[in-house]
Design a protein around this ligand. Structure first.
Ligand code: CO8
Length: 256
């Protein structure tokens, strides 16, 4: 598929998707989401890919849903089309996905970053849920995911005032895993993704599934789920390879 609003690259076992609507600070319209979903489908189906990176430009990861496209939407249309439902494709990706965020990650852009498995932030990153200033509220998980990341008080303040959070505050609050100088962001994300892509493919996917389960269930059920999945790993050739490699003092070569 030829894309017009995203750029797609493959770096070894890593798939890189770059949001690319520079004239609109990567504002998220129907086309960009359709193309993002198609690129995710392609990387999921590609057995050579072990990890995916989602990034934007130096100025903007994404400045939110496209306000110019949305302004004339009506209630029946948004309801009947189930507007935003297709955005959730990213959160259902089974392979690990890293968000590499520089510049603005606002509204739907912040929500898209939070659908990834973790966020690496450039020191220029700015996160926010400013929808309230437009007379609406977050609609792609912002009130739910941001609250789980940073706690009720900070999430409530951000959603009610539209205040932006800089990279240092986002790291302190637990929204991002690390802050990186902007010039190094994509290189560092590629290095981290390559480390993940070199691990056992099924183990990385099961680990992701198990961490995500912690958001959806009780501690007792989550621990039971983790233990059952852990047991299943002893059926994998990669478990034999990983442990043999340790004992034999060599680098493991996971087949997936
Ligand atoms: N939608 C459409 N166009 C946008 C958007 C946007 N969200 N953000 C920026 N643009 C456009 C501007 O209109 C401008 O275009 P033009 O040159 O044609 O006027 C161009 O991008 C550059 O923007 P600015 O000139 O404003 O650049 P600045 O550096 O002065 O300001 C800001 C940057 C602060 C990011 C500013 O552009 C801004 O405030 N943008 C809007 C941020 C926002 O409110 N985001 C939330 C949108 S609502 C939302 O995301 C709802 C989510 C609900 C779920 C989503 C599922 C679809």
């Amino acid at each position: 598929m030829a894309y017009e609003t995203i750029l797609v690259e493959t770096h070894g076992k890593v798939g890189l998707i770059r949001l690319n609507r520079p004239q609109a600070l990567n504002a998220l319209n129907r086309q960009i989401i359709t193309e993002l979903n198609a690129a995710l489908d392609a990387f999921e189906a590609d057995t050579g890919i072990g990890c995916i990176i989602l990034t934007g430009s130096e100025k903007a990861f994404a400045a939110g849903a496209d306000i110019k496209e949305m302004q004339d939407f009506t209630y029946p249309q948004t309801y009947l089309d189930d507007f935003i439902a297709s955005w959730e494709r990213l959160s259902r990706t089974r392979k690990p996905v890293i968000a590499a965020v520089a510049g603005f990650a606002l509204g739907g852009g912040c929500e898209l970053a939070m659908m990834c498995d973790f966020i690496l932030a450039a020191d220029t990153a700015k996160f926010g849920q400013p929808e309230i200033k437009l007379g609406v509220m977050p609609g792609a998980g912002g009130t739910q995911r941001l609250t789980r990341f940073v706690g009720k008080s900070k999430a409530m303040e951000m959603c009610l005032t539209g205040r932006f959070m800089d990279a240092a505050e986002a790291e302190r609050a637990g929204l991002v895993s690390r802050v990186i100088p902007a010039a190094d962001l994509v290189d560092e994300a590629l290095k981290v993704a390559a480390v993940i892509a070199d691990m056992s493919r099924p183990v990385a996917m099961m680990t992701k599934e198990s961490v995500n389960r912690s958001y959806e269930t009780t501690l007792t059920e989550g621990i039971r789920f983790e233990r059952r999945v852990f047991h299943s790993m002893f059926a994998l050739a990669d478990q034999k390879e990983g442990m043999s490699a340790f004992v034999e003092k060599r680098k493991p070569n996971f087949g997936g």
